[in-house]
Design a binder for this molecule. Structure first.
Ligand SMILES: C[S@@+](CC[C@H](N)C(=O)[O-])C[C@H]1O[C@@H](n2cnc3c(N)ncnc32)[C@H](O)[C@@H]1O
Length: 280
């Protein structure tokens, strides 16, 4: 499978990766975080990593942990920019800090494919990277996430970016989109970044490999004739052939591209972030 690379930008750099960790710079702050796809050896030594980093995430369970401070007096909340968008970053005990930088290639794709006045839907939208990009072009943006604090965080980002008028949808993505289908709504662009494991409307556990066909079907009902769809999936159980078959079933006339979403470290290593499907 081909790879598609996201780029570093002035406020983000994937410095090095290896030994199931990654060393990243966010503005002036450098972190060490777990990364299961960095199964190779890093280029820089452990000592070099520790000398550079301000914080290291220590895993307690597969999804939770705490941040160890490696350089005292570093603020635990700060901001970075991507083009005209401003993101508040903070250390969470889920190892994330408020942005998924591997999405950079999708932000550029959205910029190139969305037009002023288009309707854009961001599902599983997190802190709103894709929403801010589409909104900055003048699209009518609907941003759906099921966690209240995450929606509040996205609002902070919108305000700090001097933007307004994003429609916030605090709901389960499948529940909301099922209602939108009934209301015969159409979108010119849809992006979804579902977690590999998630909680549904009734707090039931689900896995992306079982929900994927339903998500694609709903997207096919919501997408306008000339619209585009972007889906990120992070599951070794959902392989390219299966994605291709399901997506082809619902989008028989459109161009379908499936790539491995990737980032290259400054030291030259490649980290993969699952499958990126684009339909347009
Ligand atoms: C992997 S993150 C998305 C990252 C985001 N696309 C980005 O690049 O910034 C997954 C998001 O989905 C949300 N989420 C999880 N289950 C959900 C559900 N059933 N409905 C809507 N949002 C959900 C989480 O709150 C989280 O913000």
């Amino acid at each position: 499978m081909k790879r598609i690379y996201s780029s570093h930008w002035s406020d983000y750099e994937l410095i090095d990766a290896g030994n199931n960790k990654k060393l990243e710079r966010w503005g002036n702050v450098i972190t060490i975080r777990p990364e299961r796809n960095a199964y190779f050896s890093p280029i820089l030594s452990n000592q070099e990593w520790k000398q550079k980093a301000h914080f290291e995430f220590m895993e307690e369970t597969s999804s939770k942990g705490f941040w160890k401070t490696l350089k005292q007096n570093t603020p635990k909340e700060w901001q970075i920019n991507y083009k005209n968008c401003v993101f508040n970053l903070r250390l969470t005990n889920f190892k994330h800090i408020g942005i998924f930088p591997e999405q950079q290639t999708n932000w550029d794709f959205i910029k190139n494919h969305i037009q002023e006045g288009n309707k854009f839907l961001n599902l599983f939208a997190y802190t709103g990277g894709a929403s801010l990009i589409a909104n900055s072009i003048g699209a009518d943006v609907f941003h759906c996430d099921s966690i209240k604090q995450i929606i509040s965080w996205s609002k902070e980002n919108m305000e700090n970016s001097n933007q307004s008028d994003i429609h916030w949808v605090l709901d389960d993505a499948l529940k909301f989109t099922t209602r939108e289908v009934k209301r015969e709504k159409k979108y010119d662009g849809i992006i979804m970044d579902p977690p590999a494991f998630g909680l549904g409307a009734k707090k039931e556990r689900w896995k992306i490999e079982t929900k994927f066909p339903e998500l694609v079907q709903i997207a096919s009902q919501l997408l306008s004739q000339n619209g585009f769809l972007i889906i990120n999936t992070y599951s070794p159980k959902l392989k390219e052939e299966e994605i291709q078959t399901i997506v082809r079933e619902y989008f028989s006339t459109k161009k379908i591209e499936i790539n491995k979403l990737s980032l290259k470290t400054t030291t030259g290593k490649i980290v993969e972030y699952g499958e990126l499907t684009r339909v347009y």
